[in-house]
Design a protein around this ligand. Sequence first.
Ligand SMILES: Cc1cc2nc3c(=O)[nH]c(=O)nc-3n(C[C@H](O)[C@H](O)[C@H](O)COP(=O)(O)O)c2cc1C
Length: 327
Amino acid sequence: MDISTKFMGCNISSPIIAGSCGKTANLDNIKQFEDCGVGAVILKSLFEEQISQEANNHMRLMQNAGEMIEAYTYIAEHTKHDNIEKYLNLIRSAKESTRIPIIASVNCVSASEWLQFASSIQNAGADGLELNMFILPTSINMSSEEVEQVYEDTVQMLRRVITIPISLKISYYSAALAKFCQKLSWMGIANLSIFNRFIEHDIDIMEEATKPVNIFSTENELYHTIRWTAILSKLINCPLTAGGGVHKEEDVVKLLLSGANTIQVASALYDQGAEFITKANTFLKQWMQEKNYHKLSDFRGRLAIDKNDKASTFYRVQYMKYFSGIE
Ligand SMILES: Cc1cc2nc3c(=O)[nH]c(=O)nc-3n(C[C@H](O)[C@H](O)[C@H](O)COP(=O)(O)O)c2cc1C
C-alpha cells in the first residue's frame, strides 16, 4: 500500500504531519517522529510577541537596576537575537539529522518586524514556513474585510521575502469562512492548514482569577475538523492540511475521506507518544488493503462536498426532532 503524498512541494512517505507544538521544539523528539514514520515536522512556532516580550522583560529588569538607556537597547537586541539564533540552530540541526521535510513556523498577527527573520529561516534550510496567523476579532474599529485584509497583506509581503513554500494555518473565526479560505488559497500559498487551536480560560472562583484550560484537544473536536475539511477541500486552490481532534488511528482515514491532503497531529503526540504515528500509518495501510485501495488518491475526498452539492449532511447544523430523537 502506498501512503506517500506531497506536502509543500516535498514528497513525503506518510500523510501524517507532526503539528507545531512543544514536542517539535526538541531534536530528539523530531528524530523519534521520523523513526515512527512521520511525513514531515512543523517546528514549534517562533512567536512574534515572544521576541518582543522577552526583550521587554529584560528592559524592565535593567530599568529597575537603574541602567542607561543604551544598555536597555543592547539587551533587547541581544535577547531577540538569542531567541532567533536558537530557532535557526534547531532548523539546521533538524535538517542535518533527518531526511524528512522540516517546516518552520511563525505565529504572528500582522506583517511586522518578524518578516525580517523569514529570510534567515529560509537560509537556515527550512523546507517551508507555516504561518500561524490569528487575530481574535475583538476590535470594534475593524470590519471583517479589514481583518481579512491583514491576512492577505501578510501573505503577500512574506511572499516577497522568501521563495520557500508557505503554509497558512488559520482559525475558524470568519463570518464567511469558505469564501475567506478560497481567497487565501488563491494567494500563492502552498498549503492551507485548518485549524489553529486556542487555549481557553476558566475562572477560579476562590482566587477570583482566570486560569488556562483545555491545552490539549479532545476526540470530540474531530467532528468540527471533518465538517470543514469536507466543505473546503474541493473549494480551495491549494492542498489542505486538516488537524484538530485526531486521537484515534481511524481519524486519519476519516480526514482523508473528507478531502485532506495531509493530517496534522499534536495532542495525540502528548497522550500517546510518537508511537501514535506508527499505529496510524499501520492502520491506514491495513484499511486500504481491506478496501482494495492502492494509493491515497484512490479514496481521498470521497466524502468531500462537491461544488454543486447543496444538500450535503455536513451543511446541517441545527437539531431537528428527526436528528436528535430527544423531546
Ligand atoms: C502544547 C501545545 C503547543 C502548541 N503550540 C503551537 C505553536 O507553537 N504553534 C502552532 O501553530 N500551533 C501550536 N499548537 C497547536 C497544534 O499545532 C494543533 O494545531 C492543535 O493542537 C490541534 O491539533 P491536535 O488536536 O492534534 O492537538 C500547539 C498545541 C499544543 C497541544
